[in-house]
Design a protein around this ligand. Structure first.
Ligand code: ADP
Ligand code: MG
Length: 735
């Protein structure tokens, strides 16, 4: 009888050898990066060749100021786009959007149609660029469409350039209901940057009247695992759920941390080179690649960009990764926790605010005004994160990220901010300073910062805290709790909106006091000082993994809830609804629909996992265990026939013990599966998505963990040759 695991292993080794022999591995291209960077993107530079200058002037002006593009302009732009795309061999176009299920969605249409005589006509009108109606019913809306009986449509986002993937022109679009509610991540992300841009510019006016525009930057760091395709195909759990639902730890795992510092394996390097080539052609400025902590885990990061574009690029890279991996007989795992007991994958989101004058508002400045401005923005971010720490957590939780958070490798399920020694000291000094010593205005009306002297270069790289979910890293904040498979938009829009609201509140308070005749610098200092005290609870520089911190965080009143379905409630907290409405980012109906979708997705994921787990133990684990047990039983009988009773007593001791252990674990698994199925059916009968999600979390998930324990115990006992599922040591160490 053949064992699928051994077939898979044979094939995996063949992939390894073939890839290394393949000649084009190191000779992907002779071109220089500058020659192929953004080759597949219709950049502003290229638009000049295809579209009249006065049309472009109008387009760019509208885009840069967040105005709607006129349909006539879209018509002219569409002609230019079509010409460029067809010259480059494109035959189809698609509106490319970001449904709430995660990932991206597309619906391809040909550029051509037949006229009455049957002749081919090239067609791509302004209307096809502007708006389309994908079959919205297959995307989740959390009840919005039922309630409003509205259809959905996708509409061009002219701020993100169109690009080619193979023979298809991709047009980044928003996806909204006809009644205007957002059905995607992009719409509220764009709204949130508009709110933030406006609020930040108003606050900048206290310091520098030249600032006309502020935008948010995002630099993501994408972690992922690679696994050989044959091994992947022999693991139904990986194929259907993205993670292993069972599997005993490998004797060698990540304890030596040799993978992190080690050289990138040759086959992986070949994959990475091609991935980078494809990414650069698509205009994604990828820059770093390296191994991660766990075996077969890697990371890639680009140079940061405007948050909307950066998020598009992250979604695009996730699909490019999958495509390129297949060419190298790998599968890429974007799941947050594909392997238990091994570090999971996150997507660190580096976030900063930049003015049109080129100033990073989260970096210490060159003069006292810039430094006071820096402190102002820093402290307002702290306030926003403090006031909305529950919401920020809700923005990153999911059925998949749940396994990673708090697993002593990733930030805990408590949001806090790490500032580092230098900045903490500055804030402490400000807190205890008097206005006269903090802000000194000399005879020439120049301002000096007395106590808040901020060293211009404070990038002390050793002062890093990997255990913090939200860390200041010298000139930006790094939101580390975001999951590797997530759309960063969910986290970024919550952060943008929270900070926008906070800046609005700050300005209102400052203006009120200035209107009463107080000096501006004094007022700014006074309000900042008040804020430093008010948001103290969010600052934590210690070990976020420790149990002491969990206790301390609860005392400080931070959100310590760990159950995902309950954390999702934070989207509907009164202060969240108020904040999103005040900033015009999400309406209450939209928040309701988003929470519905989150609960629904949670239920679906767990339902699939639980079913797959049942199948796996019944079809793989138990048959292998029984076969081995039968072999041992036959051996016991044979031994009895050959040896005397005295001799067999000791001879059979070990066999007996194993036979009994197999019996014990098999029985427990069968019983567990029965209970799990019952719990699932009960959960499915709950009246609404939230109750279903709670039931899955509270009653199904723990049973899955129990079943896994017994299955993993059997893996250790059963003859290796009989075990049919590729083991951790194979999944993690073959590359
Ligand atoms: P790390 O030490 O965290 O690995 P890297 O230098 O690799 O740091 O950068 C991580 C990410 O941070 C990159 O995507 C980079 O573009 C981004 N980044 C750097 N500076 C900024 C900034 N000012 N705003 C936003 N992102 C930034
Ligand atoms: Mg980083």
């Amino acid at each position: 009888m053949s064992n699928i695991r051994f077939e898979a292993l044979k094939s995996a080794f063949a992939h390894q050898v073939n890839e290394l022999k393949s000649e084009n591995v190191n000779e992907l291209t002779n071109e220089r990066v500058k020659d192929y960077f953004a080759r597949d993107v219709f950049t502003r530079e290229k638009m000049k060749e295809y579209i009249a200058q006065e049309v472009l002037d109008q387009l760019f002006d509208d885009v840069d100021n967040g105005r709607t593009i006129h349909r006539d302009i879209a018509g002219v732009v569409a002609i230019g786009i079509r010409k460029w795309a067809i010259e480059r061999g494109a035959t189809h176009f698609t509106h490319w959007f970001q449904p709430l299920t995660g990932g991206t969605a597309e619906k391809h249409d040909a550029f051509f149609k037949l006229d009455k005589s049957g002749a081919l006509l090239e067609e791509f009108s302004g209307d096809s660029l502007y708006q389309q109606e994908p079959d919205a019913s297959s995307f989740p809306s959390g009840g919005i469409r039922n309630t409003f009986e509205a259809r959905g449509y996708s509409a061009w986002d002219p701020s993100s350039p169109v690009f080619l993937i193979g023979d298809t022109l991709c047009i980044p679009t928003v996806f909204v209901a006809y009644t205007g509610e957002a059905l995607d991540y992009k719409t509220p992300l764009i709204r949130s940057t508009a709110a933030l841009c406006h609020a930040a510019r108003e606050v900048c006016a206290y310091f520098d009247k030249q600032v006309k525009h502020v935008h948010a930057n995002l630099g993501w760091e994408q972690e992922y695992f690679l696994v050989d395709e044959s091994l992947y195909n022999a693991r139904p759990d990986l194929m259907l759920t993205g993670r292993t639902l069972m599997g005993h730890n490998s004797a060698k795992s990540q304890q030596l941390e040799d993978h992190y510092f080690g050289a990138i394996p040759a086959r992986v390097l070949a994959f990475m080179r091609e991935l980078e080539y494809e990414a650069l052609k698509a205009g994604i400025p990828v820059r770093t690649r390296h191994n991660e902590v766990a075996p077969n885990q890697f990371e890639m990061a680009p140079i940061y960009e405007d948050v909307n574009l950066a998020n598009d690029h992250n979604l695009l890279i996730m699909s490019i990764m999958e495509r390129v991996a297949e060419k190298h007989h790998f599968r890429v795992l974007l799941h947050e926790k594909p392997y238990a007991g091994v570090n999971g994958s996150g997507k660190h989101c580096n976030w900063s605010l930049e003015t049109n004058t080129g100033i990073n508002l989260l970096a210490p400045g060159k003069n006292p005004y810039q430094n006071l401005q820096f402190i102002t923005f820093l402290v307002n971010v702290l306030m926003a994160v403090h006031r909305h720490n529950g919401l920020l957590k809700a923005s990153i939780v999911s059925a998949t990220n749940e396994h990673r958070l708090g697993a002593n490798e990733a930030p805990p399920a408590i949001i806090s901010v790490f500032l580092g020694k230098q900045i903490s000291e500055v804030l402490d000094k400000l807190e205890h300073a008097k206005a006269e010593e903090a802000i000194i205005i000399n005879a020439k009306k120049e301002m000096k910062l007395g106590v808040a002297n901020i060293p211009e270069i404070l990038l002390d790289n050793t002062d890093r805290n990997r255990t913090s979910p939200f860390a200041f890293t010298g000139n930006r904040f790094e939101f580390r709790a975001v999951g590797s498979s997530a759309n960063c938009g969910a986290a970024m829009l919550a952060l943008n909106a929270a900070v926008a609201e906070q800046l609005m509140l700050f300005k209102a308070e400052v203006d009120k006091r200035i209107d009463k005749g107080e000096a501006k610098e004094r007022v700014l200092f006074g309000v900042i000082k008040k804020y430093i005290v008010a948001c103290k609870a969010i600052r934590f520089d210690g070990n976020g993994y420790s149990d002491e911190w969990k206790a301390e965080a609860a005392k400080r009143g931070l959100d310590c809830e760990t159950s995902v379905p309950v954390v999702i409630d934070r989207y509907l907290a009164p202060e969240t609804i108020k904040m999103f409405e005040r900033t015009n980012v999400l309406s209450e109906a939209e928040l309701q629909s988003r929470s519905e979708v989150k609960w629904e997705t949670y239920v679906k994921k767990l339902q699939i996992e639980s079913r797959v787990m049942g199948d796996l133990v019944v079809n793989h684990v138990l048959p292998a265990a029984k076969r081995y047990q039968t072999m041992l039983l036959q051996n016991v009988l044979a031994v009895k026939q050959v040896f005397s009773a005295d001799e067999t007593a000791s001879l059979n001791e070990m066999d007996y013990s194993i036979i009994k252990q197999i019996e014990h674990h098999s029985g427990a698994i069968l019983e567990g599966v029965e209970h799990m199925t019952e719990a699932r059916h009960k959960a499915n009968r709950q009246p609404d998505e939230r109750s279903k999600a709670l039931a899955y979390h509270d009653n199904v998930l723990p049973l899955m963990a129990q079943i896994r324990e017994h299955a993993d115990a059997l893996e250790l006992i059963v003859d290796d040759e009989m075990w049919t599922l590729p083991k951790y040591r194979e999944l993690l160490f073959i590359h």
